[in-house]
Design a protein around this ligand. Structure first.
Ligand code: ADP
Ligand code: MG
Length: 678
């Protein structure tokens, strides 16, 4: 079958499954083949229970001993079983799976996989292990099996089967990248890369496969950017403005500054001068404002918006989340009130609906609102600006490229300011943005106490909880971060749903605990965040959705579970949620296993985001591929600008070469980038 064929041509794939796949944008065989796994399950060779280091993840081939017991505890049902091999006995605990008594029969042999732990008295146990009849394990031993974000109603097993069938039946297409270039950049052919990314024959070949596919994503993207520039007669970033620059006097800005409860730091003042000079100068602004979490970028964005408004034009500030957009809106209004400046701001996000939305859209179209704050709804909808004169994106690394350029298309000759707490190495910036100017805030505002950070083994969780309690007794609030939303493929990861329950049962009942995850509806997320922000919640258990820009100064403690799962920069971002007020704040990283991950040591020692970002880029090897990918806004499907910097450089070099040698080169396929929108 051809890649363009409908998924219905795949063996065993009926109309129901096809509909579920369509919900994920998968219609053709080719779409399915580009639906990459979000992670892999490794079926390790079995070990003997008595020889495994407690705390580590393992596969144990054991015989079920006895009948097991089922206990009801409140709403939960606990099942316990004993199993063992010739070296040791292990107690197995399962939650809410009473039917297991019919499955785990005495004398049966299974391979149990999970983390083997040890009680204080030396007893071995596993919680919620996954298990497979020993006979079935032979086919899986030593393999990596793909895990996919599952479309509704399709099991992991069926998803694997569909992919397997599609791979067997699809006709190989000629590789879009000529052999000579593949050899030059050490790339495998695309057809085997696709096969390997789904069903790796080993870790090394998986890395090779991923490298090729990441290369293609970058390459396609870069070619698209170059083509687009050509088509536009080089929309060079440093070029004269065709409109009047914002040269108006600075009186509003001066007033704004006077009314601030603080004065700008030296670095803020310098960055502001640079931004001001850009906006008033003859060349279109294209500037990146980098500064660590809490370094005070927002106020500079507000100043730029005020300057723009003063010159009669509109400024848009785009935030990656609804909650952050609302927070910006509130503080902007507050500032305007305090300073008495006549700048009208409107909010436009996905959850602004009905009349409020119509009014906002009208104000934007008529230029009666000079400041527009929102999420990517700013460009997704049919928003037309009366006179857009400035675009600012906050936490820009969280947006997809298309989302950024989408906003640009709303206005001709729009000066751009992008703000990021994750410094982008200069090379990457140049590839992506061409001639980008950079302002940096390297120091935090004065009086800020650095967050005290501590990494502990998760066996010490009790200590961490006591600490949480003592902070709450002082009237403070805490965040707890878990990597997963709910129990998923990687059982050993803490997940928000179960964790919140666990926390409720192990902490005093009067504590107010709420939970938050990225899959919730925006209104729900806002409600929970606002409640926390207003002090109505003591502990917020969340996935990394709170990573971005939230400002709750009364939160003084953040506890991060499975900290070893996150990248350095991400952990640093998470830590930045605390330390925003006057009080001393703390960050506790919990890790699994005896060995403290190196990056946690880095974080304990340093709080400088710039040096952390550099170390991150250096340190982030292929290892992260095997972690669960965090869901954020999509940027590239597989590629990661930080992790894959070297591949990005290669792809850029290759694109240059190809265009030099074959000016008419066109790439085939590659649905991940739609050129029309770049
Ligand atoms: P980020 O750079 O992470 O976006 P914010 O702009 O949210 O940081 O600023 C963090 C906090 O620091 C805010 O409460 C802000 O009001 C405050 N702040 C900003 N600049 C200064 C300054 N010069 N002096 C004191 N506090 C400041
Ligand atoms: Mg910010």
């Amino acid at each position: 079958m051809k890649p363009e064929a409908s998924v219905r041509t795949i063996r065993g794939l009926g109309p129901k499954a096809a509909e579920a796949l369509a919900g994920r944008g998968i219609r053709t065989v080719g779409d399915l083949l580009e639906y990459y796994p979000s992670g892999y399950e490794y079926f390790a060779p079995e070990e003997e229970a008595g020889r495994v280091e407690p705390g580590s993840s393992c596969a144990l081939r054991m015989t079920v001993l006895g009948n097991g017991s089922v206990i009801r505890r409140g709403a939960r049902v606990l099942s316990h079983f004993e199993a063992g091999d010739r070296t040791a006995r292990v107690r197995l605990t399962f939650y809410n799976m009473p039917y297991l008594r019919g499955v785990l029969q005495p004398g049966d042999v299974f391979v149990f996989r999970g983390i083997l732990r040890q009680t204080k008295t030396g007893g071995l146990y596993m919680e919620q292990p996954r298990f497979i009849p020993a006979a079935d394990y032979d086919a899986l031993r030593g393999t990596l099996q793909p895990d996919y974000p599952l479309p509704k109603g399709i099991s992991a097993g069926r998803m694997r089967a569909f992919l397997q069938a599609a791979l067997e039946a699809v006709e190989a297409e000629p590789d879009s990248l000529p052999e000579a270039y593949r050899a030059r950049y050490g790339l495998t052919d695309r057809a085997s890369a696709i096969r390997e990314i789904h069903f790796p024959s080993g870790r090394e070949s998986l890395l090779q496969a991923r490298k090729r596919l990441v290369f293609d994503e970058f390459f396609t993207f870069i070619l698209g950017v170059r083509r687009q520039k050509e088509a536009e007669g080089i929309r060079a970033n440093r070029r004269p403005m065709r409109r009047e620059p914002a040269a108006g006097g600075g009186d509003w800005c001066a007033r704004f500054l006077e009314c601030l409860p603080f004065s700008l730091t030296g670095e803020q003042a310098r960055a502001w001068e640079e931004i001001q000079a850009d906006l008033a100068g003859p060349v279109l602004m294209n500037r990146l404002l980098q500064g660590d979490v809490g370094s005070g970028k927002t106020v500079l964005a507000f100043l730029a918006l005020v300057l723009c408004a003063m010159n009669g034009r509109q400024g848009a500030l785009m935030a990656p989340t609804e909650v952050l957009a609302r927070q910006h809106m509130e503080s902007f209004r507050q500032y305007m009130e305090n300073s008495g400046l006549p700048v009208r701001a409107v909010l436009l996000t996905g959850s602004v609906k009905g009349k409020a939305r119509r009014e906002a859209l009208q104000a934007i179209a008529e230029n009666s609102a000079s400041v527009v704050i929102g999420t990517h709804a700013l460009f997704q909808e049919k928003v037309s600006f009366g006179d857009l004169g400035l675009v600012i994106t906050d936490e820009q690394h969280r947006f997809g490229v298309r989302q950024r350029t989408g906003l640009l298309e709303k206005g001709e000759d729009v000066p751009v300011l992008v703000m990021s707490a994750t410094p982008i190495p200069r090379t990457l910036a140049i590839i992506l943005y061409g001639e980008l100017q950079v302002s940096a805030l390297r120091a935090l505002p004065p009086g800020r106490k650095p967050v005290k950070s501590l990494a502990m083994q998760d066996t010490q969780r009790g200590r961490a909880y006591r600490f949480i309690l003592s902070e709450i007794r002082k009237g403070r609030q805490c965040y707890v971060i878990c990597p997963a939303v709910e129990e998923g493929a990687l059982r050993e990861l803490e997940n928000v749903a179960d964790y919140t329950e666990k926390l409720r049962s192990s902490l005093p009942g009067n504590l107010r605990i709420a939970s938050l995850n990225g899959r919730m509806r925006p209104e729900e997320k806002n409600r929970i965040m606002e409640e926390f922000s207003a002090g109505g919640t003591d502990i917020l258990v969340s996935t990394t959705v709170i990573e971005v820009g939230i400002n709750v100064p009364n939160a003084t403690l953040i506890l991060i579970e499975n900290a070893g799962r996150f990248g350095l920069s991400q952990l640093h971002q998470l830590r930045g949620r605390v330390g925003r007020g006057q009080e001393q704040s703390y960050c506790i990283f919990l890790y699994t296993g005896r060995e403290k991950p190196e990056r946690l040591e880095v974080l304990e020692k340093t709080s400088d985001g710039f040096s952390i970002a550099e170390q991150d880029l250096k340190a982030r090897g292929p290892g992260d591929l095997f972690g669960t990918r965090q869901s954020g806004l999509p940027q590239f499907v597989l590629a990661d600008l930080y992790e894959d910097a070297q591949i990005l450089r290669d792809a850029a070099a290759c694109a240059d070469e190809i265009l030099r040698e074959h000016p008419d080169f066109r790439i085939r396929g590659g649905k991940s980038v739609d050129f029309s929108t770049i």
